[in-house]
Design a protein around this ligand. Structure first.
Ligand code: SUG
Length: 429
């Protein structure tokens, strides 16, 4: 057997929620963020919820990584815009945003078995559609270049030019018989979204596929359903998620679903589509519960410690349990004999209130963990360390009226500095 095949596994890199986490209502088309605009946020609780999620995935026997929050407030960005804390509040809030926590938007990743040169390729997302996210990529790129510095195994690319919006892995799915096998990469773009912007542009997706050296025979470009965007699915991962040979999707996720499923089954023989009909779970229920912003996982089977038998596990937000239609459908799904055998819930309510569920918080990289900079890999001891730094330095709460406050800004800088120090990552200062 190919030596590489056995060492390539899925690693989820979660974004540690930053100390500036707040609800400024900056994302048009993101219904949760708009609904919670002006609410009080709890950054410490938010970060601890995220760490608990990472711990539960490690307990399932999965390899877990993390990225550190970006420097906030981003004073360089404010300087470039020649503004300060007394002028445009939306720009100031943009400089304070902790939005890099949603690492599904950090980059698009094509694992080594899919690429022409046999390396894992990553393209940092330019995130140009939303001003508060458009200045993430510089610091995200620095972090990716450090975490995936091994040139034999990784190629890290800068952003696609800003003429085309790219929001990263949130609009990219991969179907493969197994993580380590060659796969079909599916890029989902938006053309229209009614009153809301289509954030992933087709030309950005095509550029990423070319840069990564993907085989055109094993790439699909699929249009997102404009109705889904208009209903609040600002990224494809709000209405669909794939894992190995399974696509779990809402009936209204794609503009032409039947064609999409046919192409997927042709490109990945053995692919299974688990479609949730709109008459059972409406788009509105899917989006408010974030049923599809789930982590669909393959825990290592035969691991007595993992507590689960064979089959995939769907990790959904707690909000799904509170939605009668969604919870009822999940119960029926489990009673059937489909490929998803377990449903677990996770509490990431602080992130959810800004439109970021379990899947938004992680970037999936299929790689050999031994080729990743170990400073970005989590263990129980490192999770303890993260919790200690967060408990000590992260603000307990932030009201939107605090945004721009000089003393709070200083606390945020100190908090991130303490984290980098603890992780031996001061090079990212
Ligand atoms: O880009 N929310 C993020 C949520 C991103 C979710 N990611 C995925 N679906 N993969 C966004 O809309 C809210 C920030 C604010 O309004 O303050 C925000 O940026």
């Amino acid at each position: 057997m190919d030596h590489r095949a056995v060492t390539l596994v899925e690693i989820n890199f979660d974004g540690l929620v930053g100390p500036s986490h707040n609800y400024a209502g900056l994302s048009l088309g993101n219904l949760a963020a708009a609904r919670n605009a002006g609410a009080t946020s709890y950054p410490r609780e938010a970060a601890l919820q995220g760490i608990a999620k990472m711990r539960s995935n490690m307990a399932r026997g999965l390899v877990q990584g993390f990225f550190v929050p970006l420097p906030r407030p981003d004073t360089q960005w404010l300087e470039a815009l020649a503004t300060d804390s007394n002028t445009d509040p939306a720009l100031v809030a943009g400089a304070w945003s902790a939005s890099s926590m949603w690492t599904a938007n950090a980059a698009t990743v094509s694992p080594a078995p899919d690429t022409a040169d046999g390396r894992c390729h990553l393209t940092v997302a330019n995130l140009v559609t939303m001003p508060h996210r458009s200045h993430e990529w510089h610091d995200t790129l620095a972090q990716l270049q450090l975490a995936f510095a091994d040139p034999q195994h990784f190629a890290v690319h800068g952003p696609v030019p800003p003429c085309f919006g790219d929001e990263g892995a949130a609009n990219h799915m991969r179907l493969a018989p197994a993580h380590h096998a060659p796969g079909l990469e599916v890029f989902v773009y938006g053309l229209r979204g009614g009153p809301f912007p289509a954030r992933q542009h087709e030309q950005a997706s095509r550029a990423v596929a070319r840069r990564h050296g993907l085989d055109p025979e094993r790439v699909l470009f699929i249009e997102q359903n404009p109705e889904a965007i208009a209903a609040g699915a600002f990224h494809n991962d709000v209405v669909a998620v794939a894992n190995e040979n399974v696509l779990f999707t809402h009936e209204l996720a794609f503009a032409d679903p039947q064609r999409a499923y046919d192409l997927i089954r042709m490109g990945c023989p053995g692919a299974q589509v688990v479609e949730v009909p709109a008459k059972r779970v409406s788009l509105a229920d899917a989006i408010s519960s974030y049923l599809f912003n789930a982590q669909l996982l393959t825990p290592p089977s035969g691991d007595p410690g993992s507590g689960v038998g064979a089959g995939m596990t769907l990790v959904v937000p707690e909000e799904c349990r509170e939605n009668v239609a969604v919870w009822g459908w999940l119960g029926e799904m489990l009673a059937g004999n489909g490929p998803i055998r377990h449903v677990e819930t996770v509490d990431v309510r602080q992130s959810m209130a800004n439109g970021g569920g379990p899947a938004c918080l992680r970037l999936r990289v299929v790689a050999d963990p031994a080729t990743v900079d170990p400073r970005f890999l989590l263990s129980d001891a490192r999770a303890d360390l993260l919790e200690r730094v967060v408990s000590r330095h992260w603000p307990e709460q932030i009201d939107t009226s605090d945004i721009g406050d000089t003393a709070l800004a200083a606390q945020l800088v100190t908090a991130r500095g303490a984290l980098l120090e603890a992780l031996d990552l001061t090079v990212l200062t």
